[in-house]
Design a protein around this ligand. Sequence first.
Ligand SMILES: NC(=O)C1=CN([C@@H]2O[C@H](COP(=O)(O)OP(=O)(O)OC[C@H]3O[C@@H](n4cnc5c(N)ncnc54)[C@H](OP(=O)(O)O)[C@@H]3O)[C@@H](O)[C@H]2O)[C@H](O)CC1
Ligand SMILES: [K+]
Length: 599
Amino acid sequence: MQIHGHSSIDKKHPISLYSSKQLYAMEQAWFSEGHDSFGLMQQAAWQMAKHIEQLYEKKYLNHHSSASVNFSHRHNHQYRVSIWVGKGNNGGDGWLIAYYLKQAGWQVQIVTVGFEDSDFSNSDSDQVNSDKSDTTAISNSKSSITDAQKALQVARSANCKYERFEDSQNDLRSTALQADVYIDALFGIGLDRTPEGIYKQAIRAFNELTEQNNGLAIAVDIPSGVVASTGEVFDRIAIKADATLCLIARKFGLHTKDGVDYSGQVTDIPLIPYQVDNVAFEPVAKLITTGQAFSPRRQNSYKGSYGHVLVIGGNRIDGSQGMGGAAILSASSSMAAGAGKITVACHEAFHGALLTSLPDAMTINLHDAQGVQHLIKAASVVAIGMGLGRDDKAQALFVNYIQAAMTAKKPIVIDADGLYHLASLQLKNDKLISQLREYSTDNEVCLTPHSGEAAKLLNKKIHEIESDRLSAIKLCAQTYGGNWVLKGAGSLVLERGLDQEQVYVCGVGNAGMATAGMGDVLSGVIAGLLAQQDLEPEMRSLHQAVIIHGLAGDILVSQTNQYNSGKSDRGHLLIGQRGLQAQDMPVAIRHVMQLLVDS
Ligand SMILES: NC(=O)C1=CN([C@@H]2O[C@H](COP(=O)(O)OP(=O)(O)OC[C@H]3O[C@@H](n4cnc5c(N)ncnc54)[C@H](OP(=O)(O)O)[C@@H]3O)[C@@H](O)[C@H]2O)[C@H](O)CC1
Ligand SMILES: [K+]
């Protein structure tokens, strides 16, 4: 059961995102100031119990439109919760949630996973999973008992019912496992490998039960199976949560890669300051969901005021059908993003098609080296690579035009086949790579790979990129210089300032945008913004372009967001995620540009 497609986030302010290492350091800093670790767990659980009740009541009210149902409801039906606990502190949170919900009148059933009978002993001298005593099993009392075990004892002393998943897994339809709300407290930020054996079975069973019973699935801290620092889910084994109650600080992994699909609506429960010795932790990234508002244009302006984009791509290699569409999509998106003029340097075979779909554009033959070089000097921005081709001839053109753009000191956007050439030039130790890196320290260079292209650029396997996208984008920037987008669910944007770099996670966009040509559209939006010198740097930035692209995609599908009231501006015809095409984008980009002026 999904509450909302997207997280509940303050759209105007970026949200700081942290790694699990940072989360553990924050906790440690707090404890080293003398604060009690079990006290923190109690605070966390108490607040989560309140949120769980609110989330459930919200769901219940949504299903029963009559307001009068609300108050009688509690008397007719005792709320039922099934809380699944693992052996770490995430499980500890679960035991205490059970305790607080029972106090609040809920019918509570706990399902333990990975516990032996001896784990339920009352003795204080029990050693429960204390290998990670520095971080996870903080003992703040004289005895050696861990917080998780204290929590277990609190729940037991309140007579909360529990059973081992190992004993009940063959009887998942038993009444004991039927509930309105299912709480996932199996793993939190301590998960570091594929859940196997009983854990894998438990995660599967949890998902099946919530589905069958139309239960509300709520994850404690992070859905079990999602890696907090990367967003990776191993072998698709993770809790599919409707809502996540995120403790202390927002985890990076909730918003990128698989995390986006598993976390549901995210609510923050901050609990402690994000600092050590009064110095705040630097977030690893910031989550952005809306763009900077544009200032209106001056009346006294002309097309030259808004820049000239030169798109170089759309080649036709002998014997192939060619890739004219890539250049056309990029060019039309540049214009939709507000560029004053466009010239497309593409294969002559596509000039007719280009002018039919975009009569506003000028054309030049891609292979007319002198003519293109001349235009590079006149342009405000050069966007290169979309459908450029990968053969040697195309590579020679690429090197030639990049050199010309650097000599003329133009902002450069490199995408698609341009990235392929960069990767192969890097393997050959070609001097262009170091020249470009040097150039990018004083000039705008934007590079926009997806994971496959990033893998080529870094000479790695795709799964190596996917398992740690944050490290991958940083390594790309280190190797090649420039500002980067790593495309995918929760696209990452890395922008380099004078002495520091900032990473953003794009919190908008949808799976319908995973289609051919969407990357060409993005390159066009980036170039179109860069061309508009009248705009403040923030409004022409790479992250602004990525947000506009994502919002345009969202506006086209029947997805609730701040701009989409369920109608599109294309004759009230809504497009779904399946079948969304890159050619649909320019009209939506124009719409977003207008909304950002209004906002
Ligand atoms: N400290 C506090 O007072 C607070 C903690 N909070 C909550 O704690 C979790 C983090 O707890 P931690 O114990 O560090 O980690 P987990 O509960 O996520 O799980 C760690 C245990 O899980 C084992 N593990 C990890 N991966 C797997 C796997 N794939 N399969 C099986 N077992 C796995 C790991 O075992 P080891 O063998 O590696 O030792 C650990 O035993 C945090 O997320 C919060 O929910 C709150 O912040 C409140 C304050
Ligand atoms: K969890």
